[in-house]
Design a protein around this ligand. Sequence first.
Ligand SMILES: [Zn+2]
Length: 358
Amino acid sequence: MTNKDIAVFDIGGTHFRSALWTNGRLGPVTRRPAINYLNTAHRSPVELQEALADYLVAETERLQLGSGTSIKHAGISLGAPVNARSGCVLQSGPLWGPRSGPFELQAALTRRRLDTRWTIANDVTAGLASYIQTCDPGSHSRILFVTVSTGIGARLYDFARGGVPVDPVHGIQGEIGHIKVEAFFRGTRLKFTCDCGGCDHLNAYSSGRGVLKLLRELPSRSPDALAVSTMAAARDGDDDAMLAEFSHGVAAADALALDVLATITRPLALIFSALLTHDPLLDSIVLAGGVVDALEPAYSASLDRQFRDHGLFQITECDSSYFARRLRIVAPGDLSGLIGAGHLAEMAEEGRSIHVFQ
Ligand SMILES: [Zn+2]
């Protein structure tokens, strides 16, 4: 009987989570603050990257001691773009700061612990791997799994190929957060910058960080509307208070809050319109993430309104529910990264990969 214990990790910008994954079940979860550029002294991003590899190896050893069996495989969900071919982490602003370069995580881990297999995936891919378990493969052709939280990412899953097609050279797919978009608030064009340094990226407007930026500018952009808005109270609050007040405003159909919501949903709706124009087999768009959670059901209603307003040529004028029929909202919860990492490692054990290279 082969050992089935797998160490699973969810590496986010704020927290690291770890657990044992045994025959499809997640054990007790340990959580600690992330080792990031804001909370850890370092001379260069390289030190933080090496510290991540040290943590993953030490935590795998701790889980191994606790389980009493030897762990030969670890699955890692990582909140950063990962080259699926090489296991190289391409960049992580939230963990290593705006000037971090790529990190050969797979190689760094193998160097430390040769007897362990390391399966590394982006957190959107891990979330998708967890979601796919709930799908009936017979009733889908392709689905797009989208997370809207601190950042925005998407993964297309192709049921005919049984996986996520990725670029055969660069090993990535679906980094829609870094597409250039135009965003307008009450008729005025915004000019915001993404965490990656790029101007006008979708993340700059439609992510959690993007909406906070706009909320902070409301006193100068729309003082009169703010004075009569339900959001007037939260001006001195922290990020969480400001987001909570925005969420209450949206739920109460406050006019200013709904304008902010339209500003953040429109660029995303336009991207979905371009994707659906090219890919008529895309039958579901699955939305997850903190921003969606906080604003539902108004979020999907606003997205649908923006989609219909922009239109899909020769379709939406005669089929007004075209987009709404494809939209699914899921609340996968905190553990989807760990669960997805477990499924991805199990697939690797069976000689399969969720990634399709050609
Ligand atoms: Zn960007």
